[in-house]
Design a protein around this ligand. Structure first.
Ligand SMILES: NC(=O)c1ccc[n+]([C@@H]2O[C@H](COP(=O)([O-])OP(=O)(O)OC[C@H]3O[C@@H](n4cnc5c(N)ncnc54)[C@H](O)[C@@H]3O)[C@@H](O)[C@H]2O)c1
Length: 336
């Protein structure tokens, strides 16, 4: 296939591109704004693959999108491009509306003109929090954060393009992903890198927020199933095989890295922090998908990957991330 992968220089998009090039022999063109989270390094090993190209541009820029369509002549578009960090959406929501909602609209318009198959990558956060049981695709949408609200708006735009214009589009809602190349503002790489450096481990509130952990290549394979066999107009939930409270994740990382458990420090909770996410993946399983990686193994592999790849995270830790970390956690952490 020829694929246009928007946001393919980020964490999940780059892992997806790698799976498509290596396992499927696809020709992949990535369109990416290369924000702080999008990095050429994430795709460095694909640079010489036949048909691979990285185009620098924003999805809300209709001209950039038109050029990327012209260059890739795609059989399908997969849209990962987004501002993705909930904490940043609480501090500065503008870019989230711009990229996640308006940008999705520009992409949908381009896909509509050509009738191109389209997969929107979405999140379990569109459903909000659930005390018991799991969300299905027909559960009501109740996003809590500006991030989740803009993702919900994008999902609804996709649905409107299917119903109004007959666009062959699907939505794929993943649970919390983890694995190689994840920017260290997110829980697992934040804790792994801090633990490896003997730095404090800031846990929000009591740390008993429960997440449903999905290894990133499992998500990539699920998206591949939806791309190949998904029914236009349908939504597919993709949840990982294991639920785990954040505090337990941090404790496991402390064990895996050999860090001092006294580095764990509870800090003021995120405003509006959802307590538990849980997805039923029964529907995507009917397309032949099964998660392959249990949390225990995936977490150990992820710690090993960060340990073995300082070339990847050293420039991040000394750049924009350092300023962000100081702004966000600096005052929350004790100074002794
Ligand atoms: N990380 C998770 O746990 C998770 C779970 C479910 C769904 N998702 C969704 O998956 C997608 C990818 O998430 P991620 O964790 O890889 O995020 P990420 O922040 O690592 O990557 C986002 C990518 O989008 C690019 N981008 C941002 N704004 C852009 C714009 N205007 N135009 C073009 N490119 C732009 C960035 O440069 C970056 O490469 C997002 O849509 C996110 O909502 C993430």
């Amino acid at each position: 296939m020829r694929l246009l992968v928007c946001g393919g220089a980020g964490f999940i998009g780059s892992n997806f591109a790698r799976v498509r090039v290596h396992d499927h022999g696809d020709e992949v063109v990535v369109l990416d704004k290369l924000t702080y989270a999008g990095r050429r390094e994430n795709l460095a090993d694909l640079a010489d693959s036949p048909g691979f190209a990285l185009v620098h541009g924003a999805i809300e820029d209709a001209q950039a999108v038109a050029s990327a369509f012209a260059e890739s002549q795609p059989d399908a578009v997969v849209n990962f491009a987004a501002e993705t960090h909930v904490d940043r959406s609480i501090a500065e929501p503008d870019a989230f509306v711009q990229t996640n909602w308006l940008g999705t609209h520009v992409l949908l318009e381009a896909a509509r003109q050509k009738g191109t198959r389209y997969v929107q990558i979405s999140t379990d956060e569109v459903y909000g929090s659930i005390g018991e049981g799991s969300f299905t695709e027909s559960s009501p949408l109740a996003p809590s954060s500006p991030y989740a609200a803009t993702k919900t708006g994008a999902d609804l735009l996709v649905s409107s393009y299917v119903h109004t214009y007959g666009l062959p589009a699907m939505v794929c809602r993943g649970s919390n992903n983890y694995g190689p190349f994840q920017y260290p503002e997110k829980l697992i790489p934040l804790m792994v890198l801090s633990a490896l450096h003997g730095e404090r481990l800031p846990v929000y509130g009591d740390g008993l927020q429960v997440r449903n952990w999905l290894y990133v290549t499992d998500f990539a394979h699920a998206i591949g199933c939806v791309l190949a066999k998904g029914v236009p107009g349908e939504v597919y939930n993709v949840g990982g095989p294991d639920e785990c409270p954040n505090l337990e994740i941090v404790n496991r990382i402390v064990e895996l890295t050999g860090a001092d458990p006294r580095l764990i420090e509870h800090v003021r909770d995120r405003p509006g922090h959802d307590r538990r996410y849980s997805l039923s993946s029964a529907k995507v399983r009917t397309l032949g998908w099964e998660p392959q990686v249990r949390l225990e193994d995936g977490l150990a592999d992820t710690v090993d990957w960060y340990r073995a790849n300082p070339w990847w995270w050293e420039p991040i830790r000394s750049g924009e991330y350092r300023d962000y970390y100081e702004r966000h956690y600096g005052r929350a952490l004790s100074t002794d």
